[in-house]
Design a binder for this molecule. Sequence first.
Ligand code: LUZ
Ligand code: MOS
Length: 762
Amino acid sequence: MTKENETMSKKKDINLDAPFHVTGRTRYVDDIPEHEGTCLAKAYYSRCAHGEIININTKAAEKLKGVVRILTHKDIPGENQIGGIVRDEPLLADKDVHFYGQPVLLIVAEDEDIAEKALDLIEIKYKEKEIIVDPKDAYEKGSVLHISRTFKMGNPENRFKKCAYVFEGEACSGGQEHLYLETQGAYAIPKDQGGLLIHSSTQGPTAVQKVTANVLGIHMSQVEINVNRIGGGFGGKEDQASHWAALAGFAAFMVKRPVKLILSRHEDLQMTGKRHPYRSDYKIGLDENLKIIAYQASFFQNGGAATDLSPAVLERTLFHATNSYYVPNVKVTAHPCKTNIPPNTAFRGFGGPQGKFVIEAAIHHAARELGIPASKIQKTNLVEDGDTFCYGQVVENSEAGKCWKETEKTFALKKLIKEIDEFNKDNKYFKKGLALQPICFGISFTNTPMNNARALVHVYGDGSVGVSTGAVEMGQGVNTKMVQVAARAFGLELSDIRLEDTNTTRVANTSPSAASATADLNGKALQDACNQILDRIKPLACELLNEKNQKNIRFENGSVSVKGKRKKITWEELVATALLRRINMSAKGHYSTPRIHFDKKKEKGHPFAYHVYGNSIFVVTVDCLRGTYEFDAVKIVHDFGASMNEAVDLGQIEGALVQGMGWMTLEDVVYDKKGLLKSNTLATYKIPDIYFVPKELDVRFLNTRKDNLAILKSKAVGEPPLMYGLGAYFSIVNAILAFNPNAEIPYDAPITTEKILMALYS
Ligand code: LUZ
Ligand code: MOS
């Protein structure tokens, strides 16, 4: 550990990576010093969104000096298949292409310039087939990726008849580009005696290992995946990093030299999948007291040209279809539709945000018709302990009501509403809009078997500690949390703990770092490993300290003592003695989340370890001449549990919030009818910048020390706050309605400036 890091580690709430990030010393895949003889690989991608390949001409490219080899699907030694859930995605296209951007050929060259020149010399002729880009269109034509799923509780069909109010409509949400700072990439190095080492920018080292082994027709044991850290993932590297790592591995295997493959930003935008756009139909029924009695929705998910993670994303849409609300009669159905755009994939929230947007639109629709604020309906229907979600899990430790009340009180909501009303009376061309946005997100992979992790701990002779887990650091601060867990277990300083790269030969068969569950799963596995070592040395500590009861041994501040007694020895002394006594000072820990289960036949169970709650207030000012806007404030009360690192957690809240707001407002993924991505540069795809961030951003920690399965009771924080972003959409809509009460505003996110202007004068 360096000096800066050591000074920082004395403070409680820090991110150990920060000094390295801000001084540019953090290393990503492309920063790894190259071995002599390293080649550069580039994928040539399809220029046709759906068609048959008639002819491939690589003659000119092959003649180019410095081109080492041009590989096709025919050269693949194993299976030309990278599909995870469904085996429907080739590594390189064979007969047909299914989306513009699909890899067809792999060029291996002496350097990047040569590879790029070779790309320009490739000619492919296609016979175009029918191109589908819209999910409802696809569904009608029978173009689907997988089975449709339905979650049902009560009897909505019947209950609608008895509702005082029933409203129906359509709500659509768009895609979203992950825009991780580090583009997709990998560096594959042939190993002595066969096999490969691949440095991959992935959230899922084991997925990369499995896919690469399959493509090469070798054992997983021959493929070592190493991840130092990655420059952002957001779900985009949960499964889709495998493609690029397997291509690099394939090239290295074939030319027997190290091969690097890093996507340029443009290639990454063009070739990789994004958040799933959805088109959905809703029907909501309420009684006179604004209780939601029945809710029905059909979700048409735009999955793209291959299955990827779509069925899992779809499932989470259903799990979160009623957000933070208790609805006794629910029927929600989701269809994974196959279209000719790049396969869409995991993205922070994983289908949850798409599901929540629809019920929030339905509630807003009802409120507008009834002439009341949507918050009245929201507040009336928050889940309480003992309620049941439509998937059968009974609500325990609901913080929904508490978060709501705290928001009202802490941020003087009534006064705020009055101020906004007065502002709107006094101003003709500037209008303010307010929206409240509660969230409720289930923590665990919805696929129960994935909820497990392992960790490897070595205590070295000088008392210092090396830790390896399956967790991938992607900027979310999980490494800092792992160091905290180990330091706390042994009673050491953060600077005594070294966190190693994530590597499949040290920690195997891991789930990806995803589902907000990484710190919980890996942290608990790490605690298990630490405890095994402690259990082995406690008898020795008893002996050295003349104590009979192991339970009284304390590990604190670098020393070992007996509760209530003065005498102590240093941690280093104990470790040195333990090694002399030939005690094993290494351990492998394991954790699998207890209690959780789900029956896919009945679509019922208890899939989540716990839920994370929160509530937010959005205030926006819309310039009604220009259609532009500024967020005045976002105020949040968030259920952190007992945060183990407020700096890291606050960073996650702020980042997720702004990312969610961007999805709802600026970020417009546009494919034309031919399946060509129009928003394929950062000039045509706008993401939030510092000026977009709300002028006031106030996040309050709701401290809930209730028993839960979170690591050190510090609740998962990666994805839940993204869904506050929905409030950005509805606050803008409310500002438009303050200007033009009869505005026609379809529920169609993102609500771009163009759409705002159209709605203002509709
Ligand atoms: N990935 C996954 C996820 O495979 N299953 C999940 O439930 C999930 N949830 C959120 C993000 N990634
Ligand atoms: Mo994710 S959407 O990789 O947790």
